[in-house]
Design a protein around this ligand. Structure first.
Ligand code: SF4
Length: 350
């Protein structure tokens, strides 16, 4: 095997502009701007590459090695305006791994986009955006920033340390930040990673139940918080304490390329069925059942097919279970979610 050196990440502003007009000659761009909870013609845009952090569970780390380069606010705005004026774009999803690395760039972009009356969404870090001033957050909201995706991961400070999140993220900060976002009317979309490696079965159970309680606490602080639940899937990050622990548990990846198409590995990338030795089938069921009840009692804002009456029905059939923490066999909720094709953003996106 020959491994070549990783190339640098180029200064995004020195690259040629995206050739939207040429592309449109072959594929009608207007048709690719989808209907989402943000708008009827949603632009998907990548304004930066990489991420300056090195979380030990994240697939972005081995690709970019803690490097990040972003386009200037002005150039992002130019592209968005072009897509709006020529193809009818009226909302934006920023798919950057970490859109909000620079407060200055975010505020500059917010000030530019404000007059365009477009709702926008992006992915960021709690500790980074928590350092933003109140004034910056207010400008973002005024400009149309309606929801931000954050990796909250867990309410356990020990595990957060093991995850190598870098920065200052802690359980206390995750709580207080949910409250801060409420003040600014920006929906925090918190993703959690349950089922991290533990030494004993008892410890695994304890940790899963602690995280479930933590999620409930966040919902009390700010019920608008969107919760995304993943089950931990190992990512090979060299030198990471977490990955060493994973290997020691007996976990290994498929050895041949064709092994990846085995049904058991099919969902690995979605972090839904991770085949990890420290998790039992009962634990996975517990997590999935809790998720079903939670999604029933707090249906996601991002599912545009759910109207008010459907939300009311879902909430009322899930209410007894959620309030009394009865998560086992939630077949009645699952049946309704199946009939109404309930949309889980972690699987289908917006
Ligand atoms: S901040 Fe997010 S994108 Fe960056 S390394 Fe951590 S998990 Fe990955």
């Amino acid at each position: 095997m020959i491994t070549t050196k990783k190339d640098e990440i180029y200064d995004q502003d020195t690259l040629p502009s995206f050739p939207y007009a040429q592309l449109n000659e072959f594929y009608e761009i207007r048709r690719y701007l989808g209907k989402t909870c943000l708008g009827t013609k949603t632009i998907a845009y990548h304004s930066s590459f990489g991420c300056p952090f090195t979380c030990s569970f994240c697939a972005v780390v081995p690709i970019y090695n803690a490097r990040w380069k972003g386009k200037s606010a002005e150039n992002i705005y130019k592209d968005i305006l072009f897509l709006k004026n020529n193809y009818g774009g009226n909302a934006i999803e920023f798919h950057d791994n970490n859109f909000f690395v620079s407060e200055k760039r975010t505020v500059e972009f917010s000030n530019l986009i404000k007059k365009e009356n477009m709702i926008w969404w992006g992915e960021g870090r709690i500790d980074t955006i928590n350092k933003y001033s109140d004034e910056s957050l207010a400008i973002m909201r005024d400009s149309g920033c309606r929801m931000i995706f954050f990796g909250a991961e867990t309410g356990n400070d020990e595990i957060l340390k093991r995850m190598d999140k870098g920065g200052t993220q802690s359980a206390a900060q995750i709580r207080s930040f949910a409250a801060r976002m409420k003040k600014f009317d920006i929906i925090p979309e918190y993703s959690f990673v349950l089922g991290m490696p533990a030494d004993t079965e008892e410890e695994s159970w304890k940790q899963i139940k602690r995280d479930v309680e933590f999620i409930r606490e966040i919902k009390e602080i700010n019920p608008e918080t969107e919760i995304i639940i993943y089950v931990y899937s190992p990512v090979p990050v060299e030198g990471s304490e977490l990955y060493e622990k994973v290997l020691a548990s007996g976990f290994h990846y498929p050895e041949k390329l064709e092994d990846w198409i085995e049904p058991s590995w099919e969902k690995f990338d979605l972090r839904k069925n991770p085949l990890t030795p420290w998790l039992s089938a009962e634990m996975i069921d517990y997590i999935r059942n809790f998720e079903t009840v939670l999604n029933g009692y707090f249906p996601t804002y991002s599912d545009i097919r759910l109207n008010r009456s459907k939300i009311k029905v879902l909430k009322s059939i899930s209410s007894f279970r959620y309030k009394n923490k009865l998560y086992s066999f939630p077949y009645e909720i699952k049946a309704i979610q199946k009939i109404w094709k309930y949309r889980q953003p972690e699987i289908e996106g917006f």
